[in-house]
Write a protein that binds this ligand. Sequence first.
Ligand code: SF4
Ligand code: SF4
Length: 219
Amino acid sequence: MASSGPEGVPAGDFSAWLHLTEASLRSGKGGADVPCGSCKGCCRSSMFVHIKPEETQTIQRIPRAHLFPAPGLPKGHVLLGYNDKGHCPMLVENTCSIYEFRPQSCRDYDCRVFAATAIPVDPQAQPEIAQRVSEWAFDYESDESREEHRIVREAAAFLNKNRDMFPQGSIPTYPVQLAALAVRVYRLFLERAAKVRKGASAISDAEIAHAILAVLSEP
Ligand code: SF4
Ligand code: SF4
């Protein structure tokens, strides 16, 4: 675990992080540049790692015994499991033994999304990730950056509180997916806040929910 000072671990400017993360989610290309330092929290937190069939270089480097078919996904999609300590079996001496060829899911994982959205990580189930999330400290290079952080948290809270406004199962229950959805839809809340500031008629919760459903139906 990286050490942190009284100010926490620098997570970068909030707006810069948000816009990169939003673009990455929209493009589906992923790839997060997380300043993890010595933290290996996500390799040691009892997580199944999804690997797509086209990640052949990765699959070739993982012993078959550690892979099994991904439930609910087409043939060829696999999951990399974890050992009885909750560690990824490819973590050797606290280092990823296939780092150059690690799965895309590992490249995409960015626990700053929890600090951004205030969606909690279970400290019992994933203590190292929860610890790191509590340490991240975004900075704000402008008032807009601070406002965007407030809005992202508002979007996450809305999704969490208003599940009954959506068809069953459409709002993710898995925290990292819920947090990612908050990033995908925060602009709807930004627009609502701007309208309120201008004194225009407010966008209702039902209208926001309708717009979120449209985002969810995007490919
Ligand atoms: S828990 Fe966060 S900081 Fe730690 S390795 Fe994973 S992404 Fe990096
Ligand atoms: S494959 Fe490497 S980066 Fe991914 S969880 Fe395992 S040890 Fe960590």
